[in-house]
Structure formats: structure tokens, C-alpha cells
Design a protein around this ligand. Sequence first.
Ligand code: SF4
Length: 404
Amino acid sequence: MREYSHSQLEKFETCPLQYKFVYVDRLRRYEEGVEAFLGQRFHETMERLYRERAFRLVPLEELLDFYEKAWAKKWHAAVRIRKEGRTADEYRLIGRRCIEDYYRRYGPFDEGRILGLERTIRFSLDKEGRYGFKGVIDRLMKAPDGAFEIHDYKAGGTLPEQSKFDTDRQLAIYQVGVQELWPEAKDVRLIWHYVAFDMEMRSSRTPEELEALKDDTMRLIDRIESETEFRPNESALCDWCSYWDLCPLKKHLVKVEGLPENEWKNEPGVRIVDAYAERWRKKRVLEAEKEVVEKDLEKLREAAVAFAEKEGVRVIAGSDARLRVNGKEKIVSPGKGTAEREALEKELRELGVWDEVSTLDPYALERALAEGRWAGETLERVRSYVAAEKRWTVTLRENAKEDE
Ligand code: SF4
């Protein structure tokens, strides 16, 4: 049975190409963002705290010592700090503060029965067992009122708004698994600990919402399995991607960054972009000038029409040129999307003359095909008239260096 995880689906939604590198090509990279490293150490510390809790309450100092030792022991050369000017020590101290806040907020940690720590659950989204799912629950609890609680620690530096928790897939899909594995779990609470903010966020799901979530997730899995293109999707998360050397959006940047200054300027790609940027800037100056000239011409056109009307002439003489001024009636029809336009189109159809004035809108046709609006015979018949043609766009991004 194929088996998916939340992070796998999330990766596909964030960037299909990165998904391909990780899950299809299985290219392993050992780089790790410092944020992920910190999150891991926090998780381990919590696991230590709650595992020991059945026997004793680990004092805060001992817990911090456990964290510090794990940080020092597991730190490796491939941990990346992306934020300029930040140091590993600053992140380590954030982790310490998160543990201290958490300890003060929840001590003595006896708010229910622990059912599982870092508990792996495996379940199926459908009755036939075709859509397998796997998840790891940070802490599964049974509260004093009998409700099951799925706890998740987040050490990230952004606190999402409540609506994100009410629509979050990860814990809700874990709820599906918990209820499948433990039918006693009728009442389930979803709880996130945003430890960098000392905040606890909660949400819950109705059975209908869980059914809809299962359907959406299975549809997404189908989409992943039929995917053939795996396009790159550039976003702020690229900063945490380890596949720049393979990504068509980034690999040339990686290549030229490694070149010495004198070679860099002569690299064929750099030469093309530099020449392109120079012409593009020149074009922008010319366009600005053109705009000014066009405004002047418009004013002079108005002056010429007024003059011709006043003097009753159609040709105005200049020193070495003449202006011919012609007036011609033009039909103006109501704009697209207006009620008048609709009424006019209806009228033309009723009069049986619609075909004489309507034309095919190629953009609307392209959009309909791209959005997959048609299927079956309709799609087949339309497709037999059109051909796919690769179109290239070249866009210059100014100050690209500062963007990165
Ligand atoms: S660098 Fe960005 S676009 Fe390229 S593979 Fe990584 S996440 Fe995707």
C-alpha cells in the first residue's frame, strides 16, 4: 500500500520540483536549517521530560542541561543559518527560553494520561486501504474528561492566525488516524504549542469536516501520482531548500557565485543578462520620453481640431509640414460585462446576426483548456483543432542580488 505523510504532501504543494528531488529521485541532502535543528532539540527535550514523568519530575535545570548537551553533540557543519547577522548561539538561547517558558506554564505536567510520545501512527484514508497515511504525533494524551488530545510543538518564529488552525491538515488528519486506531476516541482536541511565543492554540473538527478533509487529501494524492511535470515553484521557502544546484531557477546563480570576479563577468549567461539589462534600462528611458511626447501630441491634436473647427478648414499649413484634420463617426458599443452589452448580445442572437459579428477568443479558449474545464468528447474534439506551442517569456528582475 502506498503511504503518504503530511510533510510529503506539504512539500508537493510548496514546490513540486523539490518534492521530486526528495521523494521521487530520493536525492539525500544533509543540509539542515538552524530552525529545524532547534525544533528537533526542543522535541527531544520534551520527549525526555514526558518519558521521565511516569517516574519523576525532571527539574528545569536538568532539562536545560539535557538540551545544551544535545545541542553541542548534534551540531554539525551542514546546519545553515539563513538570516544574515544571526548566530548559532542566539538560536540556542531561543531554545532555552522556549523550554523555560514551557516548563513554567505546564509544570508539574500531570494534566492527563500520556498515551504516546513521538508516536508513529499508520492508517488508511479510505475503506479499501488504497490511500495509506503515516504520521508522528508529538504527544498523544487522554485528558481527565476522557477526550483525546493531539499535541504538536512548533518552534517556528511565526504565529499563524486562528483560521489557519481551524483548516490545518496535519493534526486533523492525525485525528482521522487516532479515531481509526482507537475507536474510544470520540472527542478529540487538536493542540499546538507555539513555544517561541509561549502560546497554546486549539481547534477541533466535526465528522463532516474530517470526511471532506479525507476526500481533499485523496484527491491531492491522485494529483501527485499523475504528476509528470514537477514544476519549480519559487517562494520564500526557497531559502531553506538544499537543491539550488539542481533547480532551474537557482542553479545558474549557484554556478556564477562560485566563480572569481574576473571570470564571473565573462560567463556567457552573465554577459547576456548584463547586455539585456542595459538595453532594457535604455528602453525604459526612451519609453518615458515617448510618454511625454505622446501627451504633447495629444494636446496639439486637440488644439488642431479646435483650430480646424473654428476656421472651417481641413488642412492647416505649417513652416515645412501640413496637418490634415478629418472627423469621422465611430460606433461605440457597451463594454464587456455591462448589462447593456448583455442586452445587445441577446438582441443580436435573436436577430440571427450574432455569427456575423462574433469571433473566437483565443485567450478564453487557452484558459479553458489550461484550467481543464472540459473533458471527454468535448475536450477531444476541441483539441483536434489546436496545437501546443512553447512560448518563452524573458523577465528582467532588477536588483536581483538584494532579492536573494
Ligand atoms: S529552490 Fe525553490 S523552486 Fe527550486 S526546487 Fe527548491 S524550493 Fe523549488
